[in-house]
Write a protein that binds this ligand. Structure first.
Ligand code: FNR
Length: 354
């Protein structure tokens, strides 16, 4: 495979149409979904020359993690819809790449088993756990305990989903439930029996405060787009911010994350790392986001395409392609280390660009 786009094509052929559309789709007219990828093409990198170093250092420090490159895996649900090995395959591939997997609360493998798979490959593998705050505190607390017991080194609290996104492709297929035999395993043995993940607009910053006080794990807030919310996140003790519009699956009128990134970076002012996901498909996208102030970027769908195309090996290919492409981009920008990617390297393309 020579690009992520090629793996996407293979995945599209392999997956049942309703499962492909579940992964690929966005909310409403899919304006945000399309703009996430397009937003990177509106931007250009103004390269520097003659860096004077034959090698480059891609490693980055993140809350509770040392990653081999500034690309991590964002949480996505239901990996066993893409491949029978599901999150086990993803965890092995991400551990082999030496980067961070954010395991979804809606995984089809329990967090303890995901962690065990990662540690078989690398005892030092880093796993973070993504959580939707639940209105039942007991459930939230139990999930946090399990994540901690599994050795997760940070929590990622997703806050852009007070209600489920309106996914019209799923409605057209009548895709509402996982097929028999698949289950959101983290939700299985809870007090009161198996449950669905609940999303609620009744949750507030006070609920986040309570969670913050209940654990010493580093905590990142995922789904921040407004600069004022980024400021509040830091004030409320978050250890990082993940700028994201949920891959265009929630508010269809939301802006592309890379377009709001500079203002958020400005407001946060270096107090905590600012991460980003949405539409990252090339090493040059990674370079643009870093130059605009992101510490690292996440990928969602590309991992699902790798998984559907070739299981663990497909996810490895996705991560290695991005590593090679990003390393090339850094070299071509005259950089030796991540800090060489600075704001002055990013310009806006002319109207014909992209
Ligand atoms: C997601 N995303 C997501 N986010 C989250 O916090 N918890 C979750 O369970 C899921 N599930 C999920 C399923 C599928 C099929 C997709 C495509 C996305 C959002 C995800 O973490 C991330 O924000 C986006 O996927 C990033 O955009 P790209 O890389 O897919 O363009």
């Amino acid at each position: 495979m020579t690009s992520l786009a090629e793996l996407h094509d293979v995945a599209r052929q392999r997956l049942a149409p309703e499962h492909y559309d579940y992964f690929a789709g966005g909310a409403g007219d899919e304006v945000a979904l399309a703009d996430n990828e397009r937003s990177f093409r509106r931007l250009a990198l103004l390269p520097r020359i003659l860096p004077g170093s034959a090698t480059r250092d891609l490693a980055v420090r993140l809350p509770g993690a040392e990653a081999s490159m500034p690309v991590f895996v964002s949480p996505t649900a239901f990996h066993r819809l893409a491949h029978p090995d599901g999150e086990l395959a993803t965890a092995r591939a991400v551990a082999a790449a030496g980067t961070v997997l954010i395991a979804s609360m809606a995984a089809t493998v329990a967090i303890g088993d995901i962690a065990a798979a990662a540690r078989e490959v690398d005892p030092g593998a880093t796993l973070w756990f993504q959580l939707y705050l639940q209105t039942d505190r007991e459930v939230t607390d139990l999930l946090v305990r399990r994540a901690a017991d599994a050795g997760c080194s940070a929590l990622v609290v997703t806050v852009d989903s007070p209600v489920f996104g309106r996914h019209e492709r799923d409605r057209q297929h009548g895709f509402t439930d996982l097929p028999d035999g698949l289950f959101a395993e983290n939700m299985r043995d809870l007090p009161g029996g198996p449950r669905n993940i609940e999303m609620s607009p009744a949750l507030s910053w006070a609920d986040l405060d309570r969670l913050r006080e209940s654990t010493s794990l580093p905590m990142l807030l995922k789904g921040v787009l407004h600069p004022e919310d980024a400021h509040l996140a830091v004030e409320h003790g978050m250890d990082g911010i993940l700028v994201s519009n949920h891959g265009g699956r929630q508010l269809d009128a939301a802006p592309a994350p890379v377009d709001v990134l500079p203002r958020i970076v400005e407001v946060v002012g270096g107090r905590v790392p600012v991460l980003l996901d949405g539409g990252v498909r090339r090493g040059t996208d990674v370079a643009i986001a870093l130059a605009l102030g992101a510490t690292a970027v996440g990928i969602g769908r590309p991992v699902l395409w790798g998984l559907a195309a070739a299981g663990e090996s497909g996810v490895r290919q996705v991560l290695e392609l991005l590593r090679e492409e990003f390393d090339d981009a850094l070299a071509l920008c005259g950089g030796r280390r991540l800090a060489d990617l600075t704001r002055d390297l990013v310009t806006v393309r002319g109207p014909e660009g992209g």
